[in-house]
Design a protein around this ligand. Sequence first.
Ligand code: C5P
Length: 229
Amino acid sequence: MGSRPIKIAIDGPAASGKSTTARELARRLGYLYIDSGAMYRAVTLKALKEGIPTTDAQKVAQLAETCHIEFRPNDHQTIVLLDGEDVSEQIRSPEVNIHINPVAANPRVREILVKKQQEMGRRGGVVMDGRDIGTVVFPDAELKIYMEATAEERARRRLKELREKGVDIDYDTVYQEILTRDRSDLTRKHGPLRKAPDAIVLDTTHMSIAEQVDKIYQLALQKIRELDP
Ligand code: C5P
């Protein structure tokens, strides 16, 4: 695509289908996909590896400052490198899920990671997903999408994903986890989950991934044409 590369911000609650959609969208546009949640996960993993409690705000901020996080697109997924090591699987462990909240709520960590995210997307041609992308990271993004789906549907999707990985867990546990995550995402003082005023809301409850990608892809093409007639 020879036209001006734009920034696409995709925000929404946990398990709303953001990552899968954003990755496929980036592939179709030939853009870079950045999973901002993976960065909070990587810092959490690093703290766990170094035996630092994630509640130690200062030490965790230091880790965020000094660690090197990189994304490398692969055929079906994006490889996350933490200081050169492939941690794509490790960052999704239950251990990381349990300890991540203080990291995501740490204002200094957010400041550092937001700066890294802004640097990665500086030249455009990027699809970034998260909670605060359209509001804090790229308030100037040319296209902002806010993806939502009912908590019940998100729990069903997460359950399917976990079962496919061989995790033995029941629907109620997953549903409660989704509600807890929503609460912490919405009530966080710094960088909470918010809909940007100029975001396009996409309710994905009854949509397939292919439909979600297609919808946002059409919106992106329309935006690119508008900016570069
Ligand atoms: O999207 P994902 O579930 O991988 O996010 C992991 C954690 O990082 C969540 O707890 C979420 O609140 C946090 N996060 C964040 N800001 C972002 C993206 C994710 O605080 N931009």
